[in-house]
Design a protein around this ligand. Structure first.
Ligand SMILES: [Zn+2]
Length: 131
C-alpha cells in the first residue's frame, strides 16, 4: 500500500484544498489527508482519511487538486465510480474552476483544464483502489 510520508511539506496546502472541497460536497466531518509512496490513492470512510500518492503531487497543482477532489467525492457519496460519484466529482472540480475530460472507457481523466493550466495524460496510468 506504500508508506505515509511524514511531515510532507505540501500537506498543509493539500489539506486546505481537501477542506474546501469537503465543504462544497457537504462532508462535514473533517477529513485527514496523508501523502504516501503508494501507487494508489485511497478514501477510507471509516477513518475519514484520504491518501494521495506522491507521484500524483509530482504531476503538478492541477492534477493534485483533481486527485484530492476525486478522493473527497468518494467520501461524499460513499460510492465507487457511479453516476452520483461522477456528478459529485464534477461539482467539486467546478468549485476550483476545473473541467475534466474523462477517458472513453472508465472514470479517470484524460485531460484537465483549470488553474491557468492544462494537464493531459502522458504515460502514467491513474490507478486507484478506493476503500
Ligand atoms: Zn476512484
Amino acid at each position: 500500500m506504500g508508506k505515509v510520508i511524514p511531515n510532507s511539506p505540501v500537506v498543509a496546502d493539500l489539506q486546505a484544498v481537501c477542506d474546501l472541497t469537503s465543504e462544497v460536497l457537504g462532508v462535514h466531518r473533517p477529513l485527514r489527508l496523508l501523502v504516501t509512496t503508494s501507487l494508489h490513492g485511497r478514501a477510507c470512510y471509516r477513518t475519514h482519511t484520504i491518501r494521495i500518492p506522491q507521484w500524483a503531487i509530482d504531476e503538478g497543482e492541477l492534477f493534485t487538486t483533481y486527485y484530492i477532489v476525486h478522493e473527497v467525492a468518494h467520501i461524499a457519496t460513499k460510492s465507487k465510480h457511479d453516476q452520483r460519484f461522477r456528478e459529485a466529482e464534477e461539482r467539486g472540480l467546478a468549485a476550483w474552476g476545473i473541467t475534466l475530460t474523462r477517458k472513453q472507457r472508465g472514470v479517470y481523466c484524460e485531460a484537465l483544464t483549470g488553474l491557468g493550466m492544462r494537464w493531459t495524460e502522458r504515460s502514467a496510468e491513474v490507478v486507484e483502489r478506493p476503500a
